[in-house]
Design a protein around this ligand. Structure first.
Ligand code: HEM
Length: 541
């Protein structure tokens, strides 16, 4: 199904949520098609407003369409107290390490809306209907609420108190809520979400990308594969995160890198953080007390990362003269205290490194598996920029196919499986009333596989994202593949991460032919990961 289908589905949602009265759009157009157009073009503010009003006041639905109660939403029948949590243990059939498959099977069984009671972890409503997703985002308000992680908060605050001798505020970008979240977030936005702000980091990204290519060349074995490629990619992303945030090269890509004290500590601390995070935050609420060592490891990881941030803050005398640094900008923001700036730097450092590493690995794999796609990117890059030249914003405008490749890779391999929101108002989703404060989850991996949204969904076709692509694909006016989330709470590092991908892939295809015959699968950790790591051949060009 193309755009028409999407429109039709949006209109269904409109009907269900009471935006349409007696089959007629309130703006006066009569058919569903036109109602869809009204919304898409935003030509009728009435339609949008009516939709919002209806969602805010669910009683409005009663007169028009029967709204079914929450308890009628289908879903797995769980046991008392623990819900369906047991199914994920050795007693059940579900494999939490293949959570993408669990989500797909649940979708097949229960459809586009279902609820899952996970006992002490709460009840989750999962939706895969584009109209419902739009309803959720339209109702997220000015300060969207994503569930926070209480143990991240606790350990950050404790580490902050210890190292900064100051009560560390917990309402950071990642974990905070409400007005306090907004205050920090808007300060970081000024640095990281402006195109011009991110363009300042392009020279740094070019420099590190060149060093990464040199590292790959040095590491090639006799088969042109890179032993332990995932480790090399982690070094690379730590270098990117460290340099963009602190404004100084940590040295992770140095030829004689053997894990010099601070740089290896950076990588290790982030690995420890994620390994213990999964056990602590995903487990039962009391896991912290049961897994004392894990909790101590978690605290240590936070302490180490904050210590590194503090070390750079103490060196800050010459920030103006050095390369741009996010920490430098944050420290100069009058709306943030030094503690706020330090805490934000910690979460930017942690947030960016792992997600980008997994995304890099998926991109290398898909490039290597699709020589034709790789060749098309190479042709585009060759036309846009001479080999050896630094990639600038002007070049990036000329690389639509490369960008389409990145998007298609995210459709196939969403690094973050679920996007979450908690709304402060009742909404009607797929005809069911979902009360305020319910955790609503949007499974990215399911959306990307829907044939009605992405024809030939099982084929890797970057051209589907081009405005006028071949093979009969049409421009997509609204994408459901949003790897970085959506709205004011979407990923703060999105522009930086995307530009990093574009620059590194452009340079990579100029310097290597990639090839891979092996099939790799994915596993679910904190993020989706490629596993086992496939052998990719990098033949120098
Ligand atoms: C492949 C790379 C990345 C992916 C796929 C990714 C994905 C995401 C997603 C899905 C969210 C939640 C958005 C939402 O709830 O709507 C998020 C939030 C966030 N990301 Fe990223 N991210 C990536 C890279 C980065 C980088 C490089 C940084 C830091 C420079 C970063 C920092 C953050 C922060 C701080 C948040 C919390 C924002 C908030 O709640 O206000 N991410 N990211």
């Amino acid at each position: 199904m193309g755009i028409t289908g999407v429109l039709g589905r949006r209109c269904d949602a409109v009907m269900r949520s009471g935006r349409v009265l007696n089959g007629q759009c309130k703006c006066g157009r009569s058919s569903l098609w036109n109602v869809g157009l009204c919304i898409l073009r935003k030509s009728s503010s009435t339609v949008t407003n009516v939709g919002m009003e209806t969602c805010v006041d669910p009683t409005a639905n009663k007169t028009d369409v029967a709204v079914r109660p929450f308890h009628e939403i289908p879903g797995p029948k769980g046991l008392p107290i623990i819900g369906s949590l047991w199914e994920y243990t050795f007693l059940g059939k579900l494999d939490p390490r293949r959570f993408d498959e669990v989500l797909w099977n649940r979708y097949q069984e229960y459809g586009k809306i279902y609820k899952e009671d996970l006992g002490p972890r709460g009840t989750f409503v999962r939706i895969a209907d584009p109209g419902d997703i739009e309803t959720v985002y339209r109702n997220e308000g000015r300060y969207p609420h994503r569930p926070s992680f209480p143990l991240v908060r606790e350990s950050m605050e404790a580490a902050g108190q210890e190292l900064l001798k100051h009560r560390a505020r917990s309402e950071s970008s990642f974990n905070g809520q409400g007005l306090e979240w907004y205050r920090t977030r808007s300060a970081v936005n000024r640095t990281l979400l402006r195109r011009s702000g991110v363009a300042l980091f392009h020279p740094t990204l070019n420099e590190i990308s060149d060093d990464f290519l040199a590292l790959l060349k040095r590491s090639l074995d006799e088969n042109n594969t890179v032993p332990d490629i995932t480790w090399q990619i982690r070094r690379y992303n730590t270098e990117v995160a460290g340099t963009t945030i602190f404004g100084r090269r940590p040295g992770c890509l140095e030829p004689d890198f053997s894990g010099s004290c601070q740089t290896s500590e950076m990588i290790k601390s982030i690995d420890d953080f994620f390994a213990s995070w999964l056990k602590l935050e995903i487990g039962f609420p009391l896991t912290k007390y049961l897994l004392k060592d894990t909790w101590n490891g978690y605290m240590n990881a936070h302490r180490n990362i904050l210590r590194i941030v503090k070390y750079h803050m103490d060196l800050d005398v010459e920030y103006e003269d050095s390369r741009p640094s996010v920490l430098g900008y944050l420290l100069s923001e009058s709306s943030l205290s030094d503690t706020d700036a330090a805490m934000s730097a910690v979460e930017l450092f942690v947030g960016g490194m792992q997600s980008s590493s997994h995304a890099d690995m998926f991109q290398l794999y898909e490039l290597a598996r699709h020589p034709h796609v790789q060749e098309t990117i190479r042709r585009e890059v060759t036309e846009a920029l001479p080999k050896g030249e630094a990639v600038t914003s002007a070049h990036l405008h000329k690389l639509p196919y490369l960008k389409a490749f990145v998007k298609e890779t995210f459709r196939f391999h969403p690094v973050g499986l679920l996007h979450m929101r908690i709304l402060d108002r009742d909404v009607v989703l797929s005809g069911y009333r979902v009360p305020a404060h319910t955790t609503i989850e949007i499974p990215m991996s399911v959306l990307g596989r829907l044939e009605e949204l992405y024809p030939q969904a099982d084929r890797f076709l970057p051209e589907r994202w081009l405005r006028r692509g071949p093979n009969g694909f049409r421009s997509r006016m609204f994408s459901h593949v949003t790897p970085f989330g959506h709205g004011p709470r979407a990923c703060i590092g999105r522009r930086l991460a995307e530009d990093k991908f574009y620059i590194q892939i452009a340079k990579l295809v100029q310097n290597f032919d990639l090839h891979c015959d092996e099939e790799a699968d994915t596993v679910t950790g904190c993020f989706q990961e490629l596993s086992p790591t496939p052998n990719i051949r990098f033949t120098p060009r």
